[in-house]
Design a binder for this molecule. Sequence first.
Ligand code: 13P
Ligand code: SF4
Length: 305
Amino acid sequence: MDEKTMEMINEIKRMKKEKNAVIVAHNYQIDEVQDLADVVGDSFKLRQYCASTDADVVVFCGVHFMAESAKVLSPDKTVLLPEIHAGCPMADMVTARALREEKKKYPEAAVVCYINSSAEVKAECDICCTSSNAVKVVKSLPNKEILFVPDQNLGSFIAKQIPEKTVHLWQGYCITHHRVVESDVKKAKEIHPDALFLVHPECRPQVVEMADFVGSTAQIIEYAQKSPHKKFLIGTEMGVMHKLKKDSPDKLFYMLSTGMICPNMKKTTVESVYFSLKEMRYEITLEKNVAESAKKALGAMLALG
Ligand code: 13P
Ligand code: SF4
C-alpha cells in the first residue's frame, strides 16, 4: 500500500471517532474498502447492522438503493454514499409510475419488491425482500398471486420454489449476473469438474438450475466456509473472492466467468471514503411521505425476523 493511501486510512480512522461514524461495505466492494469497513456483508446483514448501531453517521460503501434503505430504516442517522454515481442498473429498470400501471393488471396480487429498488418503488409495494429471504417472504403472504419487481431471475427462482403461487415477473435483470449463460457453466465445469458450483439467484434460471447451492453473497460465503469440500466455482460478482479466500485460506475458489464485475460496486475507493467523511458527502435525503411508505414495505419484511 502506498504512503498516500496509508495516510488517508489513518485520517479515516481519526474522523470516524470524531464524528461517531461507522463504515459498512457490501461483499462486492474492492478489497481495500472491505478491509477498511466495520462490517462487510450482504444486503440483509448490512441493513441489520445499520439499524442496530448507535453511530450518528453511516458511510455506506455499496450502491444507492442500499444507502437509501439504511436511511429509510434509520431516519435520524446521517447516511453517506461515497460515490454519488454508484447506482444499480437493475433498480433503475422499474419506476414507481410504471409499477403503478402494472399493479392495475393484477388487483389481487401482493406486490413484492427486491431490496434492489428505489425508495419510490418500495413505497408502492406491500413487502420487500433480499436475496437471502425472498422465498420465506413470498411464502408468508396469503395471496396466491404475486407481482414481483424488478428481478425476473430472482422472481423465477421464487416461483420455482413455491409452485402453488402465480408469480408475475417484471422484466428487470442484473447486468452482471444475467450476462452468464449455460455454456459458461458447462465450460467452467469441464475445467473444474470436482468443484461445487455456488450461485446467486440473480443469475438466469438455466444457470441456477446447474448449481449445487443457491444463495445471497453472505450465504455463499458461509456455505463455502462450512462445507467439507475444497474446491468451489463461484457464480456471483468477483468481490466475494476476498472474503471467501480470507475465511477459508485452505480452499480453492474459481470464478464462473471473469466478466462478473459490477462497475458500480467498484466505484468506491479508499479516497472516496476519505472525502465522504471529510466533506460529509453524499448525504442521502428522502421525501417524508416516500420514506414512510417505503418503511412499511421494509418493516413488513423485518417483522418476519
Ligand atoms: P446480496 O449481497 O444481498 O446477495 O445482494 C447482491 C446484489 O447484487 C446486491 O446488489
Ligand atoms: Fe445491481 Fe447487479 Fe451491481 Fe448488484 S451486482 S448492484 S444487482 S448491477
